[in-house]
Design a protein around this ligand. Structure first.
Ligand code: UT7
Length: 332
């Protein structure tokens, strides 16, 4: 019997209209365009400013466009997984809300929280459903309204994050394309360095938690940076070795977009030149679970069937991982 693999057969992305520039940020906190560009590599980020709209709004637009692009009917979807750290509500799952908005009714759907590695974790989870032979059309969407948990009085975190969503369709194939291999890891010891202090069950919302500004991202930047640089590079090199890939075999590195210096350290270790690295951090900032599909969406016209891609991420948890994909189609 032939091996069933999960192939990405379509990709779509969406970012909200409003652009928050470094110039505007430098009027809100004590920072400069020069510092942000040199230390992080971000020029601007998109922000969902309309009130009462959350991550499901962004995710639903990305998924709706994906269905249109791939000529897929909502009723044919078997499963939708939403990777997010900024769900519309604590419960129900944002995946349920996106499915409802799009009319996906013959499916089950759930959220997956793995910080900035959320898309990679969800992609791998979804692949297993496809590889089982029981599921034929699975959507993975990374959707984040990071601006809902960013403290715009904290100069060490507010330049980093942006809002956006990216979605892919996975379908079975017996060709030698699709998701080939992955290595995923997590270590909860990292939670002290990157978390949201209040709003969960150990520290529910109260006047005190609001007054103490504990409903925002708390990050010890340098500690996270050190872990990210070593873990993202190590795991990507480990995946290359495991699959006998050298840098010439690789067509694209698709790295999580957290910091330009982390991206450069990873590509250097892998021996991948800059022109084979998908980088759009300058325009969108760190959109957490949406960075990888937003890259795939932007680079889709350049991707060719059979191209070798490594996707790599590191994020809160800590979580990290790398996935080897053979691209399944030529853009028309
Ligand atoms: O995707 C999830 C995973 N997250 C990450 O991968 C983020 C990893 N961390 C980073 O990307 C970097 O650590 C940051 C971008 C968060 C910070 O960059 P850094 O080079 O590590 O800066 P730092 O925290 O060591 O701060 C250096 C200096 C400090 O001033 P002093 O104490 O040396 O006087 C900060 O107060 O830079 C100052 N600083 C700023 N200055 C101007 C911090 N933020 C800013 C700012 N503008 N926005």
């Amino acid at each position: 019997m032939s091996t069933i693999r999960a192939a990405i057969t379509g990709v779509n992305g969406y970012v909200p209209e409003y652009i928050l520039t470094n110039e505007e940020l430098s009027k809100m906190v004590d920072t400069t365009d020069k510092w942000i560009m040199e230390r992080i590599g971000i020029k601007e980020r998109h922000i969902l400013r309309e009130p009462k709209l959350g991550s499901s709004h962004l995710g639903a637009i990305a998924v709706e466009g994906l269905l249109k692009k791939t000529n897929t009917k909502p009723e044919d979807i078997d499963l939708l997984i939403c990777a997010t750290v900024t769900p519309d509500m604590q419960f129900p799952a944002t995946a349920n809300i996106i499915s409802d908005k799009i009319g996906i009714r013959n499916a089950f759907s759930f959220d997956l929280n793995a910080g900035c590695s959320g898309f990679l974790y969800a992609l791998n989870t979804a692949s297993k459903y496809i590889e089982s032979g029981l599921y034929k059309k699975v959507i993975v969407v990374g959707a984040e309204k990071m601006s809902s948990i960013v403290d715009y009085t904290d100069r060490s975190t507010c330049p980093i994050f942006g809002d956006g969503a990216g979605a892919i369709l996975l379908e079975p194939t017996i060709e030698n394309v699709g998701v080939i291999d992955s290595i995923l890891r997590s270590d909860g010891v990292g939670r002290v360095h990157l978390h949201q202090k209040a709003g969960g069950s150990i520290n529910p919302a109260s006047h005190e938690t609001v007054d103490a500004r504990e409903h925002f991202i708390y990050q010890e930047g340098q500690a996270v940076f050190k872990w990210a640089v070593s873990k993202m590079a190590d795991i990507s090199v480990e995946l290359m070795e495991k699959n006998n890939l050298n840098s010439e075999d690789l067509n694209w590195l698709v790295p999580h977009q957290a910091n330009m210096r982390i991206i450069e350290a990873t590509s250097r270790r892998m021996g991948i030149p800059n022109n084979k690295v998908m980088i759009n951090i300058e325009k969108y900032g760190n959109t957490t679970a949406a960075t990888l599909p937003l890259c795939l969406w932007e680079w889709e016209p350049k991707l060719k069937k059979g191209d070798n891609l490594i996707l790599a991420a590191f994020g809160a948890g800590f979580t990290w991982g790398a996935t080897y994909i053979k691209w399944a189609y030529n853009a028309n």
